[in-house]
Write a protein that binds this ligand. Structure first.
Ligand code: SF4
Length: 430
């Protein structure tokens, strides 16, 4: 049984809205996980050398196969408006597509520099789609860092695909969000065991796995940062199934339950299918809970996973949330998680990094979740931190990953506890 919802959740908690300096990565980061997922797609960033360096260092590994992303570098003469960037871009794309017949979907990804010179990538994508159809479909979206956070890149990418999807009148379930294939397979297996077999995923692994949507499409989100995609699907007539996000044993069960209710699944079958994996998840979470229970946590706004994770950590791992910051608060998406998160923490939206650092230092939570740029200074001040970006790069959804998700938060606390006895010796040695 799930624990009852709190008498007073965070649904009506006043939100502290901040509009100051931010400390986040830009949306180009999403290419790192999207290019792995979409096996015949190519992401061509139209940007500067800075953008190319970001991608290269975020990718973190050498690429031995043909890469599925690259950067068309805007040189100084492009930025000064001396060259016809559209013509150069056409030439780059022609060269790429003639060399790489395996590419079936090409994304032109906008950046700060391409937006500064107002390079119209939408027009470019339309022109190239006509030229390279039917073999290649060319789309565009923005990964620019201005006023965005890194998970918005995936949202913008998926939203750009929605208008191009075919139409259907069939009742089908669409799972929305890029998960590692192995985790997606687990979700599909659970749904199949519940008798739900007309299921598709956005993004699909290959462009030939044609997706179609219509008024009888229902969709479940896998990530809480897909606000634009949610809006685009709704405009096409599809209907969202609201649910807590599938993090932890409880979150996964409630997410599956919402879909099962929509498809009229027999409650006995639901209990039978979920009992064993759910028990495994609870056992795995309990191992990390020994470390997490009774500890406090403070979230800087970064991945947009903050509210569902605070729900998981407070309800399943015994933690206390002090502040839960999110870059954006999409209530249509986060409503069920907010209702389950017990009243108490400050809920903040947006960022004014200096003010928030002051609050975090005053709170001195046992664990602070933040971006890479803030983690090192806070660690140097003796605070335990967790990098928010790891939560997006690590498989954390559904029952089989629930223990790993809890362990991600337990690890920095365990490390700190192990190092604590050594701290006086280390200080003396300095
Ligand atoms: S898109 Fe903007 S923020 Fe991102 S790497 Fe390029 S210049 Fe930097």
């Amino acid at each position: 049984m799930n624990a009852p919802a709190p008498a007073l959740g965070c649904t009506n908690t006043p939100v502290l809205k901040e509009r100051g300096q931010r400390e986040v990565f830009c949306g180009l980061t999403g290419i790192i996980w999207l290019h792995r997922k979409m096996q015949d797609a190519f992401f061509l960033v139209v940007g500067s050398r800075t953008c190319a360096h970001l991608l290269q260092s975020a990718a973190g590994v050498m690429i031995f196969a043909e890469p599925r992303f690259g950067t068309a570098i805007l040189e100084e003469k492009d930025l000064a408006g001396l060259a016809d960037a559209q013509t150069e871009l056409d030439r780059e794309v022609d060269r790429l597509l003639s060399r790489r017949p395996d590419i079936r979907q090409l994304f032109l990804v906008g950046s700060c520099p391409s937006e500064v010179i107002k390079l119209d990538l939408h027009r470019a994508a339309e022109r190239m789609s006509v030229k390279h159809a039917p073999h290649v479909r060319v789309l565009n979206y923005s990964g620019s860092g201005i006023e965005t956070t890194f998970t918005q890149g995936e949202d913008a990418c998926l939203a750009s695909m929605v208008p191009t999807l075919g139409a259907t009148a069939e009742k089908e379930l669409l799972l929305v969000g890029a998960l590692p294939d192995v985790v997606e397979d687990q979700a599909m297996a659970l749904l199949a065991a519940l008798g739900i077999t007309k299921v598709r995923c956005l993004p699909a692994r290959r462009s030939a796995d044609a997706l179609a949507i219509g008024p009888n499409t229902v969709f479940a989100l896998l990530q809480p940062f897909l606000g634009d995609t949610h809006a685009a699907l709704t405009r096409r007539g599809a209907r969202h199934i609201p649910a807590p996000f599938p993090f932890g044993a409880e979150g996964t069960t409630l997410w599956l339950q919402a879909i099962a209710t929509e498809f009229g699944v027999d409650p006995d079958l639901f209990a039978k299918v979920t009992a064993a994996p759910r028990a495994r998840a609870e056992k795995a979470v309990a191992a990390a809970t020994q470390t997490l229970s009774g500890k406090s946590i403070f979230f800087f706004p970064d991945s947009q996973l903050e509210i569902p994770l605070a729900r998981f950590l407070t309800r399943e791992c015994g933690m206390t949330a002090i502040e839960v910051g999110s870059p954006f608060l999409h209530r249509d998406l986060l409503g069920p998680d907010l209702a389950l998160l017990a009243h108490g923490p400050t809920i903040s939206e947006g960022q004014d990094v200096d003010k928030q650092l002051t609050r975090a230092r005053a709170a001195r939570a046992d664990l602070t979740v933040c971006g890479l740029g803030l983690a090192n200074p806070l660690e140097a001040e003796g605070m335990a931190t967790k990098w928010a970006i790891e939560l997006v790069f690590t498989p954390v959804h559904f029952y089989e990953q629930a223990g790993d998700l809890a362990a991600l938060f337990a690890r920095p606390l365990r490390r700190r506890a192990l190092l604590a006895p050594l701290a006086p010796d280390m200080e003396a040695a300095e």
